[in-house]
Design a protein around this ligand. Structure first.
Ligand SMILES: [Zn+2]
Length: 215
């Protein structure tokens, strides 16, 4: 897909869908890939596979239909003076490597230090999913989650850590199962104040040697 943007100024996250192929075209493409793999898309076991794959794609890539900023739009200001860190840790996510289109499975830890507004905690998980359910690289996804939180909530600081295993590394290529990639983005107080960063890392249970210096 050409992935042109509807309006580069308004929302970089909603793609122009005007050149989206039809469901039939998508199913035909799956039949081509089955043939390319060496099998017969007309045999009984595979006859309904293209339709199933296309339906699965609607689930795998549901993030393209979501505007991550909208997810955070409803905020609450009555927080009784709460001014400590808010952390949602161990948010499981399933994403898809944009280079090989195979799963990236991992956990996200998302934190912010509110300035005055907070968001419902489930919205942090939905924000992760809105970016995960796309073709991704982990570094970009980490930055997108952090930057969107910063932009919409304008908190004092944001911390995002993603740990994930990449099936493009475990099931192909170098075949290293069990390796996990860790990425982080720290903004505001999470970047500038070592004690805030330490508190976040302690809450998510990271080894003390984990470096978050310039990310
Ligand atoms: Zn890959």
């Amino acid at each position: 897909m050409s992935a042109t943007r509807t309006n580069p100024d308004a929302s970089p996250d909603i793609r122009d869908q005007s050149d989206r192929p039809s469901r039939e075209e998508a199913e035909a493409a799956v039949r081509v890939l089955i043939k390319w793999a060496g099998d017969d898309p007309a045999r009984e076991g595979l006859i309904d596979t293209p339709a199933r794959v296309v339906r699965s794609y609607e689930e795998f890539f549901a993030g393209y239909a979501q505007n991550p900023r909208d997810i955070l739009a409803r905020t609450f200001s009555e927080v009784q003076g709460y001014d400590e860190m808010i952390v949602l840790k161990d948010i499981r996510f399933e994403s898809y490597c944009e280079h090989h289109m195979v799963p990236i499975i991992g956990r996200a830890h998302v934190a912010y230090l509110p300035r005055e507004r907070v968001v419902g905690i489930s919205k942090l998980a939905r924000l992760v999913d809105a970016f995960a359910k796309r073709l991704q690289i982990q570094e970009k996804m980490t930055a997108q989650i952090a930057d969107t939180l910063e932009e919409v909530l304008q908190p004092l600081g944001v911390g995002v850590i993603l740990e994930a295993s990449h099936q493009c590394m475990s099931t192909r290529g170098v075949h290293k199962a069990g390796a996990s990639m860790v990425t982080s983005r720290m903004l505001g107080t999470f970047r500038d104040d070592p004690s805030t960063r330490r508190e976040f890392l302690a809450i998510v249970g990271h080894p003390s040697g984990f470096s978050v210096s310039n990310s």
